[in-house]
Design a protein around this ligand. Structure first.
Ligand code: HEC
Length: 280
């Protein structure tokens, strides 16, 4: 008898916890959707983008223009994808599908930011070096000390000497010195795993302070990945502000630079942004 009542009490507590977190999670059917077009970027590290004579946008970048400002028109990419798939910018081989849409939704409350990504991940990749994970979905947030962080998004951490770049050392990862980025990732291997990481003078796939949790699932050929992170913690996200972010998807067991990436965009926490986060 006594045992039973303890078991009931424990079950009740677990139920209450479950109900609590279900209440905190946004009702995604009510949250507006925005499509970001991710693409295979070839070998276009920040040094290439800033190099005059290689990239016509270099002067604009110096003046403070954003990548998205020049390369997104009416929500569509304005980019020469054939050039990105050519030997000039992709010596190893490009994926069959150079770009695909990722539907982004965001919401926030007093403590957390919630981000949901929904997309079809294309097969036909050129690199399958991550044998453990069919899929990885990543979101990064630069702080205001990352050079070009708010203009270039993830490219601010993408350097020509980072691993999987032609001729680079395998041990050198992406970096964002003297700033920092939060990196949250969900990877599909082993039933799914969340990563709470950072990019500073190197990339760390743990030790982040954003309390990241993530869930992912595939239904038919559609992946849905949902992240929860603290507003304060790591890169401080503040309600009433638009925060820069970027998205990357490693599809078809891709590793290293063989991801599809978005341009730097913003999430508006209660204010305008490329993606508008709904207040819970
Ligand atoms: C002032 C406008 C401008 C800005 C800002 C700009 N670009 Fe460009 N970008 C261009 C133009 C024009 C081209 C095509 C011709 C060339 O590269 O010389 C180009 C080419 C590219 C290419 C090669 C594919 C192609 O279409 O030729 C990539 C990749 C690229 N830009 C990415 C970026 C990224 C990432 C950023 C931000 C870090 C950025 N650009 C900022 C104007 C811009």
């Amino acid at each position: 008898m006594k045992r039973n009542s303890i078991a009931l009490a424990v079950a009740g507590a677990v139920f209450a916890l479950g109900a609590g977190s279900a209440l905190a999670a946004p009702d995604w059917s009510k949250v507006p959707k925005k499509d970001l077009h991710v693409f295979h970027a070839g070998v276009t590290p920040i040094e290439w983008l800033q190099g005059k004579g290689e990239h016509s946008g270099a002067a604009g970048l110096k003046k403070g223009e954003t990548c998205a400002g020049c390369h997104i028109e009416d929500g569509k990419l304005s980019l020469d994808l054939k050039r990105l798939a050519s030997k000039e910018l992709e010596p190893k081989g490009a994926p069959k599908t150079m770009t695909f849409p990722v539907t982004v939704q965001a919401a926030y409350d007093a403590n957390n930011l919630y981000v949901r990504l929904t997309f079809k991940a294309p097969a036909g990749g050129a690199d399958h070096s991550d044998k453990d994970n069919e899929l990885k979905a990543t979101v990064m947030f630069p702080n205001d000390k990352v050079p070009l962080g708010d203009q270039a998004g993830c490219w601010a951490a993408c350097h020509k000497d980072a691993r999987t770049m032609p001729g680079a050392s395998e041990s050198k990862t992406k970096y964002a010195t003297p700033g920092a980025m939060d990196l949250m990732q969900w990877k599909s291997g082993g039933g799914g795993k969340a990563v709470d990481g950072t990019v500073t003078d190197k990339r760390a796939m743990d030790g982040g302070k954003a309390g990241v949790t993530a869930e992912g699932a595939k239904s038919g050929d559609i992946w849905t990945v949902t992240f929860t992170r603290k507003l304060a913690g790591g890169v401080n996200l503040v309600a009433g502000k638009a925060v820069p972010f970027g998205v990357a998807v490693h599809a078809d067991n891709a590793g290293g630079r063989f991801h599809h990436v978005s341009f730097g965009q913003t999430i508006g926490l209660g204010v305008d942004g490329d993606v508008k986060a709904a207040k819970q």
